[in-house]
Write a protein of this length. Structure first.
Length: 197
């Protein structure tokens, strides 16, 4: 009961707190962020620590953020959550993360990221489109789906290992990855769509 009261307080004070949380079927979702902080650490406030999802367009076009720390418990980053955050350099993705949504980090051209969390299941369409500085070298064994254009124009990826859980590479998934020199394809692979590379 105390928790519900706390949540209602957050929803009623969005402008003062600088963010908005929604509760959908018991899943707390950060749906809006209005602060001008360069470091966003969701582990520092009790209400934010309970968040399970980052909402659609939550940080879209945010030029302030440079570092983001997501708490353990976050399972989904929804579509365009960090789209065109051009000054975003670092993000901590928790082990609990299962889904990186469509165009989540589209055009985050300064984002540095060298690994993905170990329990990730889906990387949706355009998730890292034009993230030209990420250097991911391995897709976790838990990933069963990588959407089209998920890594298009990720020019700093030099080598990549795909897990046996992947059965298809969608259209333009790795198109424009000019730095890619070596890729290990799994035995499970059945389909490589046109312009995949």
């Amino acid at each position: 009961m105390l928790f519900l009261f706390s949540l209602e307080f957050v929803k009623g004070q969005t402008s003062k707190l600088g963010y908005e949380i929604s509760d959908s079927a018991g899943v707390l979702e950060l749906v809006k962020w209005e602060r001008e902080d360069s470091i966003v650490d969701l582990t520092k406030e009790e209400n934010l620590k309970q968040v399970k999802a980052i909402g659609n367009c939550c940080f879209v076009f945010n030029d302030y953020i440079k570092t983001v720390i997501l708490p353990e418990g976050v399972e989904i980053i929804n579509g365009r959550a960090f789209d065109t955050c051009k000054n975003l350099h670092h993000i901590y993705l928790p082990n609990s993360l299962r889904i990186i949504g469509q165009n989540s980090f589209n055009m985050c051209e300064n984002l540095r990221l060298d690994s993905l969390p170990p329990n990730l299941k889906r990387i949706e369409y355009g998730a890292f489109w034009d993230c030209c500085r990420i250097t991911i070298s391995k897709i976790p064994n838990t990933v069963t789906y990588i959407g089209g254009k998920a890594f298009t124009l990720c020019e700093s990826i030099q080598e990549l290992v795909l897990p046996d859980s992947i059965i298809e590479i969608k259209e333009r998934t790795f198109a424009g990855c000019k730095g890619l020199k070596k890729i290990k394809l799994p035995n499970s692979l059945q389909t490589i769509e046109k312009y995949a590379f």
